[in-house]
Structure formats: structure tokens, C-alpha cells
Design a protein around this ligand. Sequence first.
Ligand SMILES: [Zn+2]
Length: 581
Amino acid sequence: MDGPGIRYTVSMPRPATHLLHVTVEIDAPSDTTELRIPVWIPGSYLVREFARHVQDFRATDSLAQPLAWRKTRKDTWLIEAGSAPTIRAEFDYYANELTVRTSHLDSTHVFFNPPNLLPYAPGRTAEPALLTVEAPDGWTVETGLRRCEPGRNVFIASDYDELADCPVHAGPDPVLSFDALGVPHAVATWGRGNLDQERLRNDLQRIVESEAALFDGFPYERFLFILLLTEGTRGGLEHRNSTAVTVPRFSFRPGRSYERVLQLLTHEFFHTWNVKRIQPEGLGDLDYARENYTRSLWVAEGTTEYYTSLLLCRAGLITSERYLEIIGQQMSDLADTPGRLHQSLEEASFDTWIKHYRPDEHTVNSSVSYYLKGAVASLLLDLEIRRQTAGQRSLDDVMRHLWHQYGQAGRSIPDDGYQSAVEAVSPGDWTPFFDHVVRGRDDLACAPALATIGIDVAWRADPNAAETWIGIRTRSEGGRTRVANVLAGGPAWDAGISAGDELLALDGLRLDDSGLDDRLRDYGPGDCVHVAIFRGDELVVVPVTLAKRPATQAILRRNRQATVRQRTMYEGWLRAPWTPG
Ligand SMILES: [Zn+2]
């Protein structure tokens, strides 16, 4: 038999219904063949139960004779193939969730992730597969999969992992393209907004070239960005030779919102190496039917987050002043998270399935983001390597070591492989550092690390907020002010105020929506206030002793008295000249 024995067709006869029609044909099936849809999509660590969007499943042989089938699990269909040489299953899939990890079809475009809707046959995932996309006239189909022949929307995947790693987009909007170091890159866009194609193309080229400079070239033959302009969500999902990104549609005027677009693109593109090829062991041999565990997401996401702004600075797309602000903001956000003292980076990585991806009102007190703490930890690691090697080596060398030793060799990395890589680059025993920063729950000591590059850290309370502090975060709900979070160890926590309480009055006078901070300016630390709340239907008055707002805002400045050694270290780190701060 010619060609792959597993063939998928995705069609969309009525796009406005959001229903994709999926057909899968499997040659030489066993007597009873299972088809299973993944419960999760790699890169987004939550069981999402994609099979729940399947309807009207049926199975036949190649002559359209019905075959018996039954569901055996929430995600699995068992087909009685008997002696049929080929089985054919088909169903509709409801695609109406526009995020980078789900699928969306309407009259203007289609975006789908194969793990959402293309079932695999357990035991046959190593076989090549063909994917045919039947899209409306005038829509350009783009994916990271190889096209079988020019002009036809038929693609081939070498195995199910490759198929699952290649999202597909089709629509009428323009596909931008540019070459970087002689390698073609494309940007499939969708959605109206204020996209400036020329600026984006130029900035993306600088971004991909600065990342290629770190890793000595591109590891693919073509790269595809799928850029979806939407009503407000921001998200990205990494793949080996593509990435899907959603951004608010009016994000492209230069300024902070455009900076966030560039950060997102830089972050996702860095994953081309870090996590897609420099791959933690737990994410090497994927099981699509259950959670896959790793203790190293702090590298996959945190180190990626660290390099995101560092590379934008090195590429000249943000200034060094702005970069120091961003680091200060990350340190501040970490200091504002009481949960940082209750979860290590390894714990946060391992438990992402039930913590990071399933946050609740207490998450801020019990958990730490491996993106955030991982970024600060990576900064400390970089600066400590530079200090120990007198600026001769850096985290750049560790990333290249991981790329050459594991990524290019096609091996995944055991959880202790990162420490070993650091020790290979900067000889010595790094166990105390990793025990403290990666496996520990204590605060990180950033000031001594930043001093090695001549940066001073000053901690202050937010000057735009009241000096008096009650220790809650609020949210507005239809004109009512509700307690969103009670920060552990703060005045409200000690007084027994609870997340979900509706704030009514302070010392007997009504609290306006979001007027709490302003009212607190009339009190001082140590004052006792009576906070009236509705807890459920019940009116409760809680006495709270206010405190002084903690100094959780980090301000970073270049030290005017920095030594030559400190300045040299700084310049090696940022690849930018030291300027007096
Ligand atoms: Zn990421």
C-alpha cells in the first residue's frame, strides 16, 4: 500500500456553525482498533478533555459499510474492524474557543490544534500520517507541517508527535514573510487592529536573529508565527517550528502594549530551543492520555522569561534603563507574593497541573509562579556564573551546553541535568545554590548578585499607594467591591477578613467602589478600623489593626561608584556600554 496508513481530513462545510468535520482513515487495523483524543496539549499543563467537543461519531469500512464501535473511556472509541482492510471514522468537532491551545472556526478563519481533535491509535503513534485540510476558497492554509506538493493543502507528519506539534491556521488575511540568516520565516495573521506589518516584520527579524546568535543558528528549515488579533486575551504556545500567539488587536502602536507583543513573541520563539529541543525528561516521551510531570518548568518557562527581556535589550528593542525597570518589576511582583515562601521552584513545576493552571483566591499565598521566580532565579544564576568565572562564562554558555549536549543529540534532560550543565560551565559544587534557589522556599538574595554588575537595589513601598496597609486585593463586581485575595500575614488576614467578603463601610461610612486605598490615607499604621462586610448574606463588622505598607517595590540603579570590574561585568551581560545611572 502506498503512502501513510493513517490519514486525516479536516473540512469545514459550514464555518459559521463552528463545526469542523474530521475524518480519520486507518489501514491494516487490528480486530479492535482504538481511537483516542488527547486530554491535554503539550505546553499547557492542564487536563482539558478535548474529546468533550466531539459529536456524531460513526465508523465504517472503506466501502461505507457501518462498523460496530463503542466508547471505552471518556477519550476513547473502540471500533470492531473485523477483517476490514481500512477503517474510517468521522465526527464533528465543535471549535469555538479562541485561545492558542484550543480551536476556533468561524466565517472569517480557522485555527486548530491537532491534539484537540485528531485522534491517535494507541500503538501506532510512531507511524507517519497525512493531513488534508479542506478550507473555503480564498483561505491560505498555514502550518509547520511539510506540504506534500505545492498548491495542495495536504501535509505529512513523520509521527503523531509532529502532527500534534503543528497547529493549523487558514484565513483570507495576509501572510507576511521575511528571511533571517537565509532561512524563511512567515507570519500568518488574522483579525483587525492596528498591526503595522513593516514594523513587526523588522522587529521580528531582529528578535529571531538575536536568538540565533545565542544558539549558533536556526534548528529548522522554515518557521511560522501564527498571530491572532483578538478582543483582549494575550497568550502564546510554543512548537518546534511554529508558534501561535494571541494579542489584543490594538497592541501595535509603539509603547508598553507593543513591548508586551514583542516580549510574547520573543518568549515563544525562545522555546524553539528551550523546552521544544532542550527538553526536560518528563516532557520527552509524551503521554497524551494523562498528566506528564517535570520538576524543571522553572527552566522551560522561567529561564525563557529571563531571556525574553534580556534579548530584547541586546537586540536594541528596549533600552537598558527599561530593562532594569523590568527586572525590578519582576523582583517586586515576587516580593508581593506571600506564596513564594511556601513553594519551591521544583514544587511549583511539578504541581503546575493542580496549582499554576488551576488558580484560586488562595494561590497568591500558597504558590509561586515558576515563570516569575524562575526568571529571577535565572538572573541570579547568570550573575553568579559571571562572578565565579570573572565574567568569562555565563548562563549563555549553559544554554549552549544544554543545546549541544542534549538538544542536538536528541536526548531529554534529567531534572538534575541543569545543575550538571552549570557545573560543566562553571566548575565547582553548585548544590548549595540549587538547594537554596531551586529546591528551597526562602527569599532570594538579589542585592548581592546585582552588586556584581554594579547595580544597586533600593526597596520601597509603592509611593502611589497609601502608606497605611490592610493587606487585601479587591475586585469590582457590578459596582460592589469584593475581597479578591487576603494576603497571608497581613492585617486583614490576622483580623479574619476572607476572600469573597463584600466591602461595605470603613468605620461606619460607606466605601465607594475602589475607594478603599484613598480612605486608608486618613489612618496611620497601628490604627484600628472597623470594616463592615457582607459575608454571604450576613452583615459582619471586623476590627482590623492597620500596618505600614511593606517595602516590596525594587528600584534598580547603576551605582555611580561602580568599579571597573563591575562595569566590565555589566557590559558583558547586556552587551551595552555602561552609562552613569
Ligand atoms: Zn512559555
